[in-house]
Design a protein around this ligand. Sequence first.
Ligand SMILES: [Zn+2]
Ligand SMILES: [Zn+2]
Length: 199
Amino acid sequence: MTAPLFKVLLRELPTHRHIEVDGAFVASSLVGMPMREALEAPPDDANAGKGVVDLDLYADETTVFANGSIKGELRVACGRCVGPATIVIDEKLRVTYVPGTDDPAAIAAIEAEVEAGDSDGLELEEDDLELFHYDGETIDLEPLIREQFVLAVPYAPLCREDCKGLCAQCGADLNTAPCACESPIDPRFAALKGLKLTS
Ligand SMILES: [Zn+2]
Ligand SMILES: [Zn+2]
């Protein structure tokens, strides 16, 4: 697949962008997340997921608005059985870009200011979530799209609603087959019990 066109020049606006991302992109977006690492998949895992992003971008002076949607899926480990769980993504996107920096240190400084602030802090922080920066000439959509995959990972992903999970005693996947510990009484003890009853 050809490299997605993440960068939009201010002078191209207004414009529409259709971006498709593959498994390797999703995998690299989720590096370091425990539910992703638990799958022990290769870093370029083609089965990590995919996404289709459609965005309308337009500028009002130096502020750039991006509206659209992301549809796709990602794969993380099930919180019960550690097998692969596919999470569907179907979200609206509404983001504002303002001139500034995406430098992590600078953003951390802004966030620290917000946190140290008064009761307006929460409100500011909420707005911040949808606020991205561009360097004054080029809007880079890549961080926004990577963030969507990170945000889509649930706290407790499930491979299916009724996943039976792993046996707490032997670790067997109870979705595949019941394990020996599942029978309430070991047959040998049952026999002993039988003896007791008849004696
Ligand atoms: Zn499961
Ligand atoms: Zn067991």
